[in-house]
Design a protein around this ligand. Sequence first.
Ligand SMILES: [Zn+2]
Ligand SMILES: [Zn+2]
Length: 509
Amino acid sequence: MSGAGAILQGSGTLTPEAARRTLLTGFDVPPGTGSLTCRLTFAPARVNGIRNLITLALFEPGGASRGAAHRHEPVQVVEIGANKATRGFVAGALPPGRWTVALDVHCVVPSDVGGVRYTLDVEATARDGEDDPPPTMLGGGDAVPDLGPVRWLKGDLHVHSDHSDGRWGIDAVVAHARTNALDFIALTDHNTSTGTAPLREALRDAGLATIVIPGLELTTFAGHANVLGIEGWVDWRTRLPGGGTSDDDLDDAFADPSDLADLAGAGDAGTTRMVVAGEGDVPVEFALHRPAGKMEATARAIQSRGGLFVVNHPRSAGYPACTGCRWDFDDAPAYADVIEVMNGDWPRRQNDEAMVLWDRWLASGWRIPATAGSDAHGAPAHPDRVGYTWAWSVPEVASIIGSVRAGRTFLSRGPHVSWEAPRPGAEVARATTSLAVRLGGVPAGCLVHFVCDGRLVEFRPVPEGDSVQAFPLHARPLAGTWFRVHLVHQPKVGTPELVALTNPVWVGR
Ligand SMILES: [Zn+2]
Ligand SMILES: [Zn+2]
């Protein structure tokens, strides 16, 4: 092989039937290939203000992931070579053979062209010189020589960069860690963790001790979940929940999974037509990706690798305004470790609704803790309204993950609010007669709310600054109940705002 040459070229129209499906196609990489360039375009970018969204992922022969690009631009160019790759992808040698491009068709809005026009091209460029090194798949953890005592550590568990659809480069994420004095940070780009190793390096170069929690945001067509604490690839392509998009429905639509004619629209009248090739198009032969497992299996696989599964912003807007952002999987996903109740600015409606959902889960007896994260894709518009998660931990990944899993955490826009005794996440004895919280950095005009089983049972004003507030528990039937403390800012004029909250403590049954 010499020079550069097209190894895949195609165009056509994806109809609204293709939305929330993953389409696969293959291309053959010749021996001696030094780099690949994939170019995906789609148009129109928006219809009536709603965005079409198609994203691209690459797999080697044998199926290993070489990265994903969850980006919104209608022209996407991905380059992947021995020593460098577009952010979101993994650099390294390009083994010859049949590679796969996966198009995640998140949203196709009905339009006067019948959906969205796409073009997909892949070009291979010959290697010049020596053999390439094998790909470095997502580096390992740092050695931490002296962890010091357990203490409250501040962290952001949900941040994006330009390794997916963030506007921030890695340097800006470093600035975010510095500005907010973060002890830990999880870079949770959509379906890729290629930013993790560069972020570690950039923090080190900047002289910051911020711990990087490896992670990514599992970005499906029906919900987002943070995967925290494990390195490497996670398959986000799970079966969809019901409502006309389940795999069972697909079985009806595609009697023979290998029958690409259906996909290409050449089937009988009434057959689902996801892809249409018009005059002048070079049709790409797509196959439909048929996810093997449900979300529960995905979560269990993550947990078996030691990862944490966090249901993100469960009450965000859903399809088509924000495709996949709302949690449409199981109503009470018992396989989840944590729920993100505070996402970005708070308070805001989706967070209020997430709190209601959380309380409902807690009311069922499920001891699931909560987190906060900025979900920053760039500089927050209201930095003082963004909340973070504080974890009772030593500065080391496994310890922080363990604390987040156990609820040894509090969520806050700034002030400190932690259980005095017992430690959060712990169960207290039925004979306990009072619970206390330690408050710090409290602004003027705040109240504490003492919440039992989701109900406000006591509130009082608290002094500015630092204090300890005790709540007697006498005369209450305690077995099986849980308690939380909310710090609420009550301005002289305007609506009260939640500014910090503990995770629950539970009373033994
Ligand atoms: Zn999300
Ligand atoms: Zn996010």
